[in-house]
Design a protein around this ligand. Structure first.
Ligand SMILES: [Fe+2]
Ligand SMILES: [Fe+2]
Length: 401
């Protein structure tokens, strides 16, 4: 399996992972051969890249926390919850008004009893909470770290896939940092809902094809406040989970939003009162996978950043933007080159050759085992395996174009 940009996909290539419709059901099963028509359709659905089957990589196994079907089910619950909410609240909170509204006005609208009742009518929480338990269970009982490439998101499903991906990572991170079980649950729930405020924003803004302008950014920033006011009154969601939605874009140096809170670059276990001007540790944990997952996702106006560059960006954001203690924990288990990543050799006797990461050793997650499939001009008849742990001269970078 290797990841290929949609522009480089040729008829006859076979899918390595099944693709699903947003509301469940298989769109194309793993193993299906692609033709011109299906490629055009996938492009329309918002796919920018796909995992393609490669017989030279048949033996590569990849361990994931949640199997594809369970993942699909969970995404379906999130989608249903968000859709209900969007429909139920449209006549109370008009997306077109949001850009102009002050924080106080938004608050009044969201605290409107009709609005809160609409949220209660959405009634997904049971299935949704079960989904949260499922993520917890598989992560807390799993001793192996997942080392493979992430799911591919489309424009239409970004919000849901992103929420799940952030929740999975936040759970691993919280476990790693020693958070107690009850707190991990609130963190997972908060992660699943951290961007829920987006559903109230104008659709053409969320799906825009160009980077946001400063005034569009202002509107986008409202998603934190909208999400918070929506969640904070609910008895089945802890206030701290609501604060994840409120604070996940706050930054250590105070340059974040919406309130410019600050952090201490370590986990404060005995938290000061909410409202004391510091970021809550739950939000600091969620902020790191949120930052990483957004970078490594294709967005309508830019391609995904390769995983090695994204890991570097996280490292650089530590201290000023992201909580340093949380970042160090994240980088201690994050594979810089997840299994399945296409790479190009940059130094050593294979410089210029291309291949795929096929294995990782936990002793050094930045030195993967690579299978080279192409020399600078041809596909190799027989692939060459190189273990970077045993070969100091060879280095690679992700090859995502
Ligand atoms: Fe966000
Ligand atoms: Fe996010």
């Amino acid at each position: 399996m290797r990841r290929i940009q949609i522009d480089d996909i040729a008829p006859g290539m076979r899918l390595a992972r099944s693709l699903y419709y947003q509301y469940g059901g298989v769109m194309l099963a793993a193993g299906a051969a692609l033709d011109e028509r299906s490629i055009a359709r996938l492009r329309e659905f918002g796919y920018r890249s796909l995992y393609i089957h490669d017989t030279d990589l048949d033996d590569v196994i990849c361990h994931d926390y949640i199997d594809e079907q369970a993942r699909q089910k969970i995404t379906h619950h999130v989608t249903t919850l968000y859709d209900h909410l969007r429909e139920e609240t449209r006549n109370i909170l008009d997306p077109a008004d949001i850009a102009e509204a002050s924080g106080q006005e938004l608050r009044e609208k969201m605290e409107d009893r009709r609005f809160q009742r609409a949220f209660e009518r959405a009634r997904v929480p049971d299935t949704f909470l079960e989904a949260v338990e499922k993520i917890m269970e598989s992560i807390l009982s799993d001793r192996e770290m997942a080392l493979c490439v992430g799911t591919i998101k489309t424009v239409n499903t970004f919000l849901y896939d992103h929420s799940l991906e952030v929740a999975i990572h936040a759970a691993i991170l919280a476990k790693h940092l020693g958070f107690p079980r009850g707190e991990i649950r609130d963190i997972v729930l908060g992660s699943m809902l951290h961007d829920i405020g987006h559903i109230f924003l104008p659709e053409d803004l969320v799906k825009r094809k160009t980077p946001p302008t400063e005034s569009e950014m202002e509107t986008l920033r409202q998603h934190t406040v909208l999400g918070y006011y929506l969640l904070k009154e609910r008895s089945d969601i802890s206030l701290l989970s609501a604060h994840v939605a409120y604070q996940h874009h706050e930054r250590q140096d105070g340059a974040g939003y919406p309130r410019g809170l600050t952090g201490r670059n370590r986990i404060i276990w005995k938290q000061e009162a909410l409202g004391s001007g510091t970021i809550h540790r739950f939000a600091e944990v969620v902020a790191v996978p949120d930052f990483y997952d957004e970078l490594t996702s294709d967005l309508p106006y830019r391609k995904a950043v390769p995983p090695d560059e994204a890991a570097q960006a996280v490292r650089e954001a530590a201290g000023t933007g992201l909580n340093d203690e949380v970042v160090q924990a994240f980088l201690s288990y994050l594979p810089v080159f997840p299994i399945g990543t296409s790479v190009v050799v940059t130094t050593g006797k294979f410089a210029g050759w291309r291949g795929v990461v096929v294995g990782l050793d936990r002793s050094d997650l930045s030195r993967p085992q690579v299978r080279l499939l192409y020399d600078p001009t041809h596909r190799l008849k027989k692939p060459v395996n190189v273990n970077l742990l045993e070969d100091d001269e060879t280095s690679v970078r992700a090859d995502w174009k």
